[in-house]
Design a binder for this molecule. Structure first.
Ligand code: PMP
Length: 360
């Protein structure tokens, strides 16, 4: 058995040095003489780990002092509901920009908890484009504007931060956090499930401006209240300690790579290589408007659906794993998160060329 190039959309490939280190430390972590999974989250060793992980993330993303960083649970999906619960009143308007599956789901989950307005939707283009900012209908009194900077299934990504008008901007960065530099000060809240660019599923990282926390209502259960989580350093209850540890290892690895600016150059090179080949192949197609193409998730189709099964089977034999597209879009999808090396994308392109030649 040998490890393959893993193009999974998530849970996704992790940097191999991180996995090796986690393996080496599995039985005895630091001075604990036990696994990191076996020690108290309130002990000084774990607290030091937790603080180091937060500090490294602050360095990587340039997070300003007036933002809290929370290490939470529940997956991004739980926060689709918890966000309106904390940052809006039931009778208050909240704006959602819908650019694909995940932003649509976030808007649906908010419906029982606030007055959801769809400020813009890419549905007409079948989510292959981002509606131009001039067409967005923002409510001046909205409690916030929610959007999804990268749509993991449709492969649609914002390449700039939209102007939210006056409302605080809330971003589900689950599938592109840490892939390129972002100006955190433009956001009220950033949140991300960990299972793509941060680590293992079950952990959610949230970066929240302090004034947003003042909105959290006192009459919701504490476990759902972000201000309570912040006041308790994300240890209101037992956190996902192993997930936090793994995230810390990934942050250290990213710093060793030269940080987010350096990884962004690599991500752009990987995306350019794959899109460049697809567009020139005369065989494969990516449906997304060029200005909105994702660096992280590249959906593509073959000229005839009946070739899909053979493509996947042969790709697996060539050591290229998890290329099947999401059922909502069909075809293939290659996810190129931070841990995917350029050689992996080159190997994929070489395979695609060979497959196209044999099946044209
Ligand atoms: N948002 C985005 C952008 C995602 O890609 C995903 C999962 N792939 C989710 C939310 C949902 O995450 P979870 O399954 O952790 O709730």
């Amino acid at each position: 058995m040998s490890r393959t190039y893993n193009f999974s959309a998530g849970p996704a490939a992790l940097p191999e040095p991180v996995l090796r280190r986690a393996r080496d430390e599995m039985l005895e972590w630091g001075k604990a003489r036990a696994s990191v999974m076996e020690v108290s989250h309130r002990g000084k060793d774990f607290i030091a780990l937790a603080q180091k992980a937060e500090g490294d993330l602050r360095t990587l993303m340039g997070i300003p002092q007036n933002y809290k960083v929370l290490f939470l649970q529940g997956g991004a999906t739980q926060h689709f509901a918890q966000i309106p619960m904390n940052f809006a009143r039931r009778d208050q308007g909240v704006d959602y920009v819908v650019t694909g599956h995940w932003s649509e789901k976030a808007a649906k989950e908010a419906k029982p908890l606030a007055q959801v307005r769809i400020a813009a939707s890419g549905a007409e283009s079948k989510f292959t484009a981002i509606p131009p900012r001039a067409q967005w209908q923002l409510d001046a009194d909205a409690a916030y504007l929610h959007y999804t900077p990268n749509e993991t299934i449709h492969g649609v990504e914002f390449h700039d931060i939209p102007d939210a008008g006056g409302a605080p901007l809330i971003a589900d960065m689950s599938s592109n956090i840490l892939s390129r530099p972002v100006d955190v000060s433009k956001f009220g809240v950033i949140y991300a499930g960990a299972q793509k660019n941060i680590g293992a599923s079950g952990l959610v990282v949230m970066i929240v401006r302090e004034d947003m926390l003042a909105r959290c209502p006192k009459d919701i259960p504490k476990i759902f209240n972000y201000a309570e989580h912040a006041a308790n350093e994300s240890m209101l209850n037992t956190p996902n300690t192993f997930g936090w540890y793994l995230a810390g290892l990934v942050f250290e690895w990213l710093l060793e790579q030269g940080g987010v600016a350096a990884i962004a150059q690599r991500n752009l090179a990987k995306a350019d290589l794959l899109y460049g080949y697809i567009d020139n192949s005369g065989f494969y197609k990516n449906p997304v408007e060029k200005s909105a193409r994702s660096w992280m998730n590249v959906p593509f189709t073959l000229p005839r659906e009946e070739l899909d099964a053979a493509f996947l089977k042969e790709a697996e034999s060539a050591g290229l794993m998890a290329l099947k597209g999401h059922r909502a879009v069909g075809g293939m999808r290659a996810s190129l998160y931070n841990a995917m090396p350029l050689e992996g994308v080159q190997t994929l392109v070489d395979f695609m060329k060979d497959f196209a030649t044999r099946n044209s």
